[in-house]
Unconditional design. Structure first.
Length: 377
């Protein structure tokens, strides 16, 4: 290895270390702002409920979609359905059966995770557009069932009210307490997804994403790993569904409608389809649009679609990828400028050498007349 290679390796290592430090600082600032959020806004009951909490459960559900896409290579449109099943589990246990919050949460998480398992068993043998269409179809089947099953879901009227209780040591009826609990759940889901991705199971999923045929030849059961991954994503979506149920205090078929499914896709794409943390930026974007787009125009869906297209065109990696996109462009400019400067310096060297070691006038060879010089010699 030459000295130049060693210098490049040292520079690359220092750059990565510096970038890691910046990311840690960035996340510390983000978490600090999230913690201080209820005290920074002028109308806490509006901002904390309609923007803060909703952004968090939208981000949690979208995170399950991003996990599947990033580490398994599967794009699922059933994540809102899994969250909806969990929400209905909470609603049925709390309203119909009259169970406690703890039991209702457990039923909701179990129901949503089982919905993820059923989805995986049906769709795990497919991929690409076929997986996407099957998950979309399963979501619409559940929406149709929830709209008609009066005995279980109470059809269009839904299940309500779903109260938040006082556990003695912590009162979830307090809005700030509920917000911080949801924030802790969101951070926990993010860390859990990152941990799973860094385990041997996560590396196997990434290998299956890149080359399922090669992983199968190595002895890995591709279908089983996909089933486990979709089930895990169902659990993450279920956490968001449980929060959704307690946040809205009711569940109805609208939470699993096609519009709600597309909202999760919008959150994931705008936040960054390859970023687990970027989904919360997408959630903030969508909730702000929901609450304030009406002040600008009556064509809310048109505005959403236009912004969606603009983000895809100018920032394909989503809002979370803008910083990396700018950094890459700046580095390319520096490399281009450096290479052009280097070429100019190399081009100047022969002329300076020619001036230093200039031949006598009789033997001078004019530039571009090498054939005449050959004849003379």
């Amino acid at each position: 290895m030459t000295a130049i290679d060693q210098q490049n390796d040292t520079f690359t290592g220092a750059s990565k270390s510096r970038r890691r430090s910046y990311m840690w600082i960035f996340w510390v600032v983000v978490i600090a702002l999230a913690i201080a959020f209820p005290f920074l806004v002028d109308r806490p009951r509006f901002w904390v409920s309609n923007i803060g909490i909703k952004s968090l459960w939208l981000g949690i559900i979208a995170m399950s979609l991003v996990f599947l896409n990033k580490y398994v290579g599967l794009l699922s449109l059933a994540q809102m359905t899994m969250a909806g099943v969990a929400a209905y589990g909470v609603g049925y246990a709390a309203v119909t059966l009259g169970w406690s919050d703890t039991a209702s949460i457990a039923i909701g998480l179990l129901a949503g995770t089982l919905a993820g398992l059923v989805t995986a068993l049906v769709a795990a043998r497919t991929k690409a557009i076929y997986f996407l269409m099957i998950t979309l179809a399963l979501g619409q089947v559940f929406y149709s069932w929830a709209s008609q099953a009066i005995e279980v879901t109470n059809a269009r009227r839904g299940l309500a009210p779903i109260p938040r209780s006082d556990w003695g040591f912590i009162d979830f009826r307090d809005l700030n307490v509920f917000y911080y609990t949801v924030l802790a759940a969101a951070i926990g889901c993010y860390l859990l997804c990152r941990y799973v991705a860094s385990t041997p199971f996560g590396y196997a999923l990434q290998g299956i994403r890149d080359s399922p045929e090669r992983m199968s030849a190595l002895g890995y059961s591709v279908v089983r790993y996909r089933v486990a991954a979709v089930t895990f994503a169902g659990f993450i979506a279920s956490v968001g569904g449980v929060v959704l149920a307690f946040d809205r205090s009711q569940v109805d078929p609208d939470i699993v409608s096609l519009g709600a499914t597309l909202d999760i896709l919008v959150v994931a794409v705008i936040g960054g389809i390859g970023s687990l943390g970027g989904v919360f930026l997408g959630g903030i974007f969508l909730t702000l649009l929901d609450n304030f787009a009406g002040d600008v125009t009556e064509r809310y869906l048109t505005l959403t679609g236009l912004i969606f297209i603009i983000v895809l065109y100018f920032a394909p990696a989503g809002l979370a990828g803008i910083a990396e996109q700018v950094r890459n462009r700046l580095s390319k400019r520096k490399k281009t400028h450096g290479s052009s400067t280097g070429a100019d310096s190399v081009a100047d060297e022969p002329s300076s050498a020619a001036e230093t070691f200039a031949p006598t006038e009789g033997h001078a060879i004019k530039k571009g007349n090498s054939n005449e010089a050959d004849k003379q010699s």
